[in-house]
Design a protein around this ligand. Sequence first.
Ligand SMILES: C[S@@+](CC[C@H](N)C(=O)[O-])C[C@H]1O[C@@H](n2cnc3c(N)ncnc32)[C@H](O)[C@@H]1O
Length: 247
Amino acid sequence: MINTNHTKSDAKTVNLYNQAYSENYRHFDEQYIGMPDYNHFVPLLKRLTAEFNRPIKVLEVGCGTGRYFHALNNTVELTGIDISGPMLKLAENPLKGDEVNIPMINLIEGSVFEHDFGKEKFDFIYSIGVLAEHAPFTQHICTKLYNLLNDDGVLYFTAVDIDDRKDFKRKLAETAYPLLPGVIRGILDKRWETNYMTYRQLDQMMAASRFDEYEISTYRAEGGGWVGAHLECIARKHDALTKSLFV
Ligand SMILES: C[S@@+](CC[C@H](N)C(=O)[O-])C[C@H]1O[C@@H](n2cnc3c(N)ncnc32)[C@H](O)[C@@H]1O
């Protein structure tokens, strides 16, 4: 039931994030300052990047209008990739631009699934409101992000918690699902196909990944454009020395 076809999602996203939608998004960025969700994500990014205590290279997957660029500490080079041209154009003048203290910013228009980063590696990769939301969080993308991290690198991303979006009827149908005829199950599988994930699905995906450590928590939106519960995952890739202590 998890969608694994990123091409379909990518096409939908390009269609949604057109010029008008992107301008509205950027306009909202200014009102977002100080809202509860802003007050959740900004300190979190500040903390995760401050923990490095050294200059780092950062990748934002689905950077949109660059809403969180000003929250990055220690960042000497930032790469933002986004599939929407209009969103990316607006990221040239991001929120709190005067607080963005990053010597080099590269903005790439393209899908994170398709883009070839070559030999490029990053210390910190983050993605907010993109994976398991507009795009599927597949094994393929999980491995790609792992490979894009330097040793000692950290990945942080959000995912929509689908369990929080299921109403009573849906829960009932899921209980009855194993007893239904195959043809009905097929129809439901199609109807329920989604990028969203349950805690368990995300946990299984991360457990099967090459990441050395991860933690998943739940963030319930409190106001600022976010709705319902999201899963938040922080995953770490150890350095070669630490890795050897764990095997
Ligand atoms: C909800 S917005 C989030 C933007 C930004 N991360 C933020 O929090 O403000 C989702 C963004 O993800 C981008 N996106 C979705 N699928 C993508 C993909 N496959 N590759 C790159 N960007 C993608 C969209 O174009 C959009 O700008």
